[in-house]
Design a protein. Structure first.
Length: 275
C-alpha cells in the first residue's frame, strides 16, 4: 500500500485565477489547511501558490483584490497583461515574497513551463535553484498576452498551460505519490471566443507555439484520470464574472468570492480529504 499523501492542484487562466485565489484564502483562513504534501499550480495561479507556501495569506487577497484589477496590469486594446509590472513592481516591491519561508516549506511544489526551443513541457520544483520571481514570470508568460520568453538558466521558457491541462497536472500529482487530490479549477473548457482567438493567433507566431496553440484546442480538461486516486474537484458554481484579461474590480472580486464560497460549500469533503 502507498503512503497516503494529499495534493492540491490549481489551474491557470489569467485573471480568472482570482477564483483559485479565493479558494486558497478560504482553505487557509477558514479551514486552517496550510501544508499539503504536494502542490501543483499552473500559469496565473502560481503567484498565489508561492504566497500560500510562504504563509503570506493576506498577500494573496491584496494582490488579487487591490493590485491586479487595474489598467496598469491589464490592457484591453490590444489585449495584454503587463507581466513585468506584476512581478517587478507589485510582487518584488509592494508585496515581497518571504523567500526564506518559501524555501523552507515542507510541501513539494511543481510548476509547469514550456521550453521555447523544443515545445516540451517541463516542471520546475523545489529541487531547482531558480529565483522564485523568475519562475513566476516564466509560468505566467502567455505568448499572446506577454509577447516574450523568460530565461531560466541557459534556456528560454513560456507559460506551461499551452501543453498542460488539468489531467496532466493530476497525473503529475499521482506520479509524485499523491493518493488524494483537491483540484481547484476556474473553468472546465475553452470558450468559443477563446478558441477563435487561438486560431487567429496561431497564424502570427513561430511554428512551435502555433503547434501548441492548435493542440490546446483539441484537449479536454478531465480525460482518463488515474483510477487509484481520490479526487475532489472545486469549480465555479456559476459562470465566472472575470475573464482571461478582465480588469473590472467588481468582476474580479466576485470571482474571488465565488472561489471562497464554492470551496466552503464542500467543507466536509475537504476536511475528510485532509484528515
Amino acid at each position: 500500500m502507498r503512503e497516503e499523501k494529499v495534493a492540491i492542484v490549481t489551474s491557470g487562466g489569467g485573471m480568472k485565477c482570482a477564483y483559485a485565489a479565493g479558494a486558497l484564502g478560504a482553505l487557509t483562513k477558514r479551514l486552517g489547511i496550510t501544508e499539503p504534501d504536494i502542490f501543483i499550480s499552473a500559469s496565473g495561479s502560481v503567484g498565489a501558490m508561492f504566497y500560500y507556501l510562504a504563509k503570506q495569506y493576506d498577500h494573496i487577497e491584496k494582490i488579487w483584490l487591490r493590485y491586479l484589477p487595474s489598467k496598469e496590469v491589464v490592457h484591453r486594446f490590444p489585449p495584454r497583461l503587463e507581466l513585468d509590472y506584476i512581478i517587478d513592481d507589485i510582487m518584488r516591491q509592494e508585496l515581497p515574497l518571504d523567500e526564506h519561508a518559501f524555501s523552507t516549506t515542507k510541501t513539494r511544489w511543481f510548476v509547469p513551463v514550456t521550453d521555447l526551443d523544443t515545445g516540451r513541457a517541463e516542471f520546475i520544483s523545489n529541487n531547482t535553484w531558480f529565483n522564485p520571481y523568475e519562475v513566476m514570470r516564466a509560468a505566467k508568460a502567455i505568448p499572446f498576452l506577454y509577447g516574450g520568453a523568460v530565461r531560466l538558466g541557459s534556456r528560454s521558457f513560456i507559460d506551461g498551460d499551452l501543453n498542460m491541462n488539468m489531467t496532466n497536472l493530476i497525473r503529475k500529482a499521482r506520479k509524485e505519490g499523491a493518493t488524494k487530490i483537491l483540484v481547484i479549477t476556474n473553468t472546465i473548457a475553452l470558450t468559443s471566443l477563446q478558441k477563435w482567438f487561438l486560431r487567429i493567433y496561431a497564424f502570427f507566431v513561430s511554428p512551435i507555439i502555433r503547434q501548441l496553440a492548435l493542440y490546446d484546442l483539441k484537449r479536454t480538461h478531465f480525460d482518463h484520470l488515474p483510477s487509484d486516486v481520490e479526487i475532489l474537484v472545486v469549480g465555479p458554481s456559476f459562470p465566472l464574472p472575470a475573464g482571461l484579461f478582465t480588469r473590472n474590480r467588481r468582476a474580479v472580486t466576485e470571482s474571488y468570492q465565488m472561489g471562497w464560497d464554492d470551496l466552503l460549500a464542500k467543507r466536509t469533503e475537504i476536511e475528510r480529504l485532509f484528515t
